[in-house]
Design a protein around this ligand. Structure first.
Ligand code: GAF
Length: 380
């Protein structure tokens, strides 16, 4: 059954008629620029064809009644700060409501059923998809669409900070709200200026290999990575690592812990790699793009230390098979590699990578083709 129909049926069963309205938002990939967003650097994400979709109907009360099809759980909560629900998944929706209200926006009670096909814990940002879907919908349903898209992305990000325990940057929510079919987004996380980059390589394609090692940023060392970066920036007297050159970092190396030094070095190098990749894409130089992806993986694995054995194995396997570029994608600590593969090599790579991984780790990784798609929207 199609997702919309599934949601429709569950909605009627639980909440009766009349029908609600449908909204969706997307997960994301990121070509390059990892852990640069909270350092005011550049990122290069795009929304994908995997979504969270919800049917929503204002109910005239001050209560939210919500059913998650995928988790098969129901939750009901009020809209005051002290009404925060226990269930982790419901806090994303509660957080979005609260963040809209805190900004002076309106949210009344509503009934909703939602479902999705963004794989959970794969580093494709199912949480940003959920936040953006509800931020977009509540803006349409209660605020006449008056909250601008930048603010919608920030509402999702603040939800993570204030209700979900993840001190994330803006990349995921931005990609989920601003995503555009066929285009990646080069985003400057300092001032949120952005540019769409049509991405339709002739001889390559992007594919994700999901290690199925669960990635969960809450309670992970993600927040610690951010603290390292902020400590180094502070000791250099600048607002963020965006302003620091490698030479400047090296000049104070002896005053930093080895760990903080390596974290900052990675971020500074990654900031520059995003711009190198954009320039390479403009001249169609995919070999250069791929080289940068491998360099990112190396940095994330050795200096930033957010990879794991399984993801290192996948990136190494890709390299050995002649794949143009491969790296861990997203926050890390599990999830997927993103691979830039020549069309002619695609079948061989996928078959071999899956077989070798299964032989070594005893389970098959999942494979997702990347289709760059639209972000938050109303579904007719
Ligand atoms: C996670 C975060 F949510 C993003 O803000 C970003 O920092 C990413 O990890 C790493 O690039 O997805």
């Amino acid at each position: 059954m199609e997702m919309k129909e599934l949601i429709r049926n569950a909605f009627t069963e639980r909440f009766g008629t009349p029908e609600g309205e449908f909204f969706a938002s997307a997960g994301r990939i990121n070509l390059i620029g990892e852990h640069t967003d909270y350092n005011e650097g550049f990122v290069f994400p795009g929304a994908i064809d995997k979504v969270i979709m919800a049917e929503i109907r204002p109910n005239g009360t001050d209560r939210v009644r919500v059913f998650s099809i995928d988790i098969d759980e129901y939750c009901e909560f009020g809209l005051r700060e002290e009404d925060a629900p226990e269930q982790g998944w419901a806090r994303y929706i509660f957080g979005v409501c609260r963040e809209i209200i805190k900004r002076g926006g309106k949210v009344g009670g509503f009934d909703t059923v939602f479902a999705g096909n963004v794989p959970l814990g794969a580093g494709l940002s199912s949480s940003a998809a959920l936040e953006s879907c509800f931020a977009f919908a509540l803006n349409e349903l209660f605020n006449e669409g008056k909250i601008d898209k930048f603010e919608l992305a920030k509402i999702g990000q603040s939800t993570e900070h204030n209700y979900c325990g993840v001190n994330c940057g803006i990349m995921d929510q931005f990609a989920s709200v601003f995503g555009k079919k066929g285009s990646l987004i080069r985003l400057d996380c300092r001032d949120l200026s952005y540019e769409y980059f049509p991405f339709a390589p002739e001889h390559h394609r992007l594919v994700l290999i999901d290690s199925r090692v669960k990635h969960e940023l809450k309670d992970s060392p993600y927040n610690k990575r951010r603290e390292s970066c902020e400590r180094v920036a502070k000791s250099l007297g600048v607002p963020s690592l965006r302003d620091v050159s490698l030479a400047e970092l090296n000049a104070v190396k002896v005053t930093l812990s080895d760990e903080d030094y390596r974290r900052a070095k990675y971020v500074i190098e990654e900031r520059d790699r995003v711009l190198t990749v954009c320039a390479a894409l403009e001249r169609g130089d995919y070999d250069e793009v791929g080289k940068m992806m491998y360099a990112t993986h190396e940095g994330l694995s050795k200096d930033y230390e957010v990879s794991c054995e399984e993801l290192d194995f996948l990136a190494d396997t890709a390299k050995e098979l002649g794949v143009t570029g491969s790296r861990i994608m997203g926050g890390g600590f599990g999830g997927c590699t993103i691979n830039l593969v020549e069309n002619d090599l695609y079948d061989k790579f996928v078959t071999e990578a899956v077989a070798r991984f299964k032989q070594k780790y005893g389970h098959e990784p999942k494979v997702y083709d990347v289709i760059i798609s639209d972000g938050a929207r109303r579904v007719e």
